[in-house]
Design a protein around this ligand. Sequence first.
Ligand SMILES: *Cc1c(COP(=O)(O)O)cnc(C)c1O
Length: 433
Amino acid sequence: MLVSKNLAVNEQGHLTAGGVDTVELAKQYGTPLYVMDEGLIREHCRSFKESMDRYYGGEGLVCYASKAFCCKAMCRIMLEEGLGLDVVSEGELYTALSVGFPPEKLCFHGNNKTDSELSFALEKGVGRIIVDNIYELDRLNRLAEQTGRNANIMYRIKPGIDAHTHNFIMTGQIDSKFGFALETGEAYEAVKKAIECSHINLVGLHCHIGSQIFDIDPFVRAAEVMLTFIAKIKDELGFEVKELNLGGGFGIKYTEEDAPVAYDKYMEKVSEKVKEVCAEKKVKLPFILIEPGRSIAAPAGITLYTVGGRKEIPNIRTYVSIDGGMCDNPRYALYQSKYDVEVANKANLPKSETVTVAGKCCETGDLIGEGMPIQPVEPGDILAVLATGAYNYSMSSNYNRIPKPAVVMLRDGKSRVVVKRETLDDIIRNDLD
Ligand SMILES: *Cc1c(COP(=O)(O)O)cnc(C)c1O
């Protein structure tokens, strides 16, 4: 079974994505190559949007977390699908604005936004700036005052939920660099302060409890904790928090071990809880935002490589070397993330081998995976790593001065380049003589 629903094997035994032969793509565009299926991306967007309509009367906004995969084409797709967009830097903000994304549908995140970034966001009229700490509140209030504008903000809150995921990507608990703690009263004091700020309009609260989460329970508990806090603010401070942003983090299928729930289950369960707590505490139903990133982009992407060589180390392992690596996909090096791999030109054969896929960077840890079941693989084969649509291109680097691969987008059986392959001249572009 292939992990993403848009993948199949054709009569020649080649892996296809969105109905397109991936071996042909490798021939046409060269490798390494990122391939994204626009049809599947749009399907994910609609599924989240429909669940917001069905279970919460459409009183919310689905914002794609663009850090998962951001380029102009992707921002344009989100715009056409009617989603909002999360940005976490001036660079992502600039990309979104460059395709005419309405600033009021942007959320600006980050635990250390610079003055320059905050001024840029104010000037462009970004809909919601998610304030991470009290110093940022002060700076933003001052910058807003200087420019005679008001800043619409949400507060990033740590609801203290343990989402049972990998430590590196768990962000809701108290020991996190993101946001205000609830338990210590820090968040409550910050709300009091924001209400008093002259140029700050506190529109909502935000939480994001982690990533690649399969359980719906932690999300439901986070919603409950946040609404209880909103009720306390109303009762004790007489202030109405109108919006609740519940973040992203929905798990996807990287390998057979992963069993994600259907995306619309999430809104169903969370809506139930939100309505229940609001009725019980006599709080007005908030406008809800959710921020899926990985779940929209990851299953829609694969990366194609050419195999250069193999190295059999008796009784230890077999290395298969590819023409990319941690420079285009650092996730195994960072978190030992698991992927499925296929020999794209032999995808009809059984996976009779187990190999370590190694990148071409000068770094022992430059691996795409270890103990990976694969078809018999030899130099010249096209290797496809699956579900690489999120946090691959966006986390890529020029380590070893390797140019970044192109990104090809598939739609209706056709392909087009949406990000050009970098050239050697790109590599030395900023170097001065
Ligand atoms: C990373 C992030 C997301 C998206 O997380 P996914 O796991 O990709 O869905 C959403 N909101 C915030 C604030 C984030 O930092």
